[in-house]
Design a protein around this ligand. Structure first.
Ligand code: CP3
Length: 339
């Protein structure tokens, strides 16, 4: 059915005629066309709740960058909001939650019945899927329970996430109650995204790197396992940034793909999770370099991963101030790679 199904084939472990590529944060400020849409609305949240505009900005990178997949334009923070914790997106600063979770009563007040509150995402997926007309697969996504928990406790971004970690150490029972609720909501959310047309889903554990292995095993892994096990209709990508220590455990889950950041050696990752497709992992800063350096670094990476069971991506989201011509150049290097 799909005209370009390279991503899905690679995710399922099938051979592909070339390596598929998409980029985290491909829809966003690197594209002048995105910035034009963004400045036509009053703020990020107005954009995120408008299915016509979501459809437009989701498809922009497919047209302009010619990536092998679209990722629905949204944010991981729509889940805390749907559970009852409203967020604000402060211009050039990032997310802010006026109310955070501090005690049992706050957790008790959260709802897991999130589907009615997320209709704008599902409408956006349906419209985007229809407009894409099967050109490329559509990626759905959600934040991982630990990363969502971090924002709900901390109320904003942080270098250390010390308040969120404090909750793990001082109130592990309440922490698990909150993580359970987030997981229940996230599974329902991802399943509904799939029902509405998502062909594959990625779970972003952006702040995994602040946890020790023991903490990850206790407070994050069981929920990643539950999410992977609950989704059987489409492939699942698990991406836990900076979490070198968890690759072999991810290798034992039901997921199809493991996303990697640039601090992880591709050959080592292959040894740790030999049955999974790997995704990543170019340092986004390489795209600031001259084209010869970009080509050299990209080809070194492609050689290390090889062209089987591999999806090319960056090791984290593309930075907004990168020249999009460099992004296009990188994508073409990958598409022309002959292994
Ligand atoms: O192209 C895509 O990848 C799809 C869109 C997408 C956004 N956020 C749009 C966005 C995705 C997949 C996300 C996920 C997300 N959001 C994560 C996980 C991925 C990661 O980067 O680790 C996290 C941690 C967030 C939380 C978040 N949202 C932050 C910290 C910020 C502010 C930082 C920034 O980049 O400005 C956002 C805002 C946000 N989400 C923007 C975009 C395009 C920028 C705001 C704008 O355009 O006004």
């Amino acid at each position: 059915m799909l005209k370009n199904d390279l991503l899905l084939k690679a995710a399922k472990g099938e051979n592909t005629e070339r390596i598929p590529i998409w980029l985290m944060r491909q829809a966003g400020r690197i594209l002048p066309e995105y910035r034009a849409v963004r400045s036509s609305v009053n703020g990020f949240k107005e954009l995120v709740k408008n299915p016509e505009l979501i459809c437009e900005v989701t498809i922009q990178p497919v047209d302009i960058l010619e990536v092998d997949a679209a990722i629905i334009f949204s944010d991981i923070l729509v889940i805390p909001e749907a559970m009852g914790l409203n967020y604000e997106m402060i211009e050039s600063k990032g997310p802010f939650f006026p109310k955070t979770i501090t005690q049992a009563q706050d957790v008790a007040q959260l709802t897991t019945d999130v589907i009615p509150n997320l209709q704008y995402v599902f409408e956006s997926i349906q419209l985007t899927k229809k407009t894409l007309n099967n050109r490329v697969p559509l990626i759905g996504f959600a934040g991982a329970p630990w990363t969502i928990f971090s924002y709900m406790i901390e109320g904003k971004g942080s270098k250390t996430f010390s308040q969120a970690k404090k909750m793990l150490y001082t109130n592990p029972v309440l922490s698990h109650q909150l993580l359970e609720k987030i997981t229940t909501a996230t599974i329902a959310y991802l399943q509904e995204q799939i029902r509405c047309g998502a062909d594959i889903v990625q779970v972003f554990d952006s702040w995994a790197g602040v946890l020790s292995k023991a903490q990850y095993v206790e407070f994050a892994l069981p929920y990643m396992q539950r999410i992977s096990a609950a989704i059987s209709d489409v492939p699942v990508i698990l991406f836990a940034k900076d979490a070198h220590y968890i690759l072999s455990e991810f290798g034992q889950t039901n997921c199809s793909v493991i996303g990697l950041d640039w601090t992880i050696d591709p050959l080592k990752a292959r040894l740790e999770a030999p049955t999974k497709t790997l995704q990543g992992n170019l340092d986004p800063c390489v795209l600031y370099a001259d084209v010869d350096t970009i080509k050299k670094e990209a080809e070194k990476m492609l050689q290390q991963f090889g062209n089987h069971r591999y999806i090319c991506n960056l090791g984290h989201g593309v930075y907004p101030d990168v020249d999009f011509e460099k992004v296009k150049y990188f994508i073409n290097v990958v598409k022309n790679f002959k292994g």
